[in-house]
Ligand binder design. Structure first.
Ligand SMILES: [Zn+2]
Length: 95
């Protein structure tokens, strides 16, 4: 997993979540060349996948490859869950 570069402020927010054992603190962070990894002990593969899916969804990234999704669904006004490439491969194939 690629770490997210963080400032000390962001790191403090993460440690606040950590105090509550909030699972939204889970992630890999990069602070001044140091990697801080917070993960759930003995999480199953499907749990990890679900978390990755939701995180990408929240950040507006393609759920398959993590690329930034730029296009929005004109009906829902929300960003697509897939990048253009994967939308071609996955969504449009269903038609
Ligand atoms: Zn993609």
């Amino acid at each position: 997993m690629e770490p997210t570069k963080v400032t000390i402020k962001k790191l403090e927010q993460v440690t606040d979540l950590l105090k509550e054992a909030d699972e939204s603190s889970i992630g890999t962070y990069l602070f001044k060349g140091l990697r801080i990894q917070i993960s759930k002990y003995r999480a199953s593969g499907s749990e990890r996948f679900a978390r990755l899916y939701h995180r990408r969804r929240e950040q507006g990234l393609c759920v398959v490859c993590g690329a930034k999704v730029t296009k929005k669904n004109p009906r829902t006004k929300k960003a697509y869950r897939l990048c253009e490439e994967h939308r071609d491969k996955i969504d449009k194939r269903a038609k």
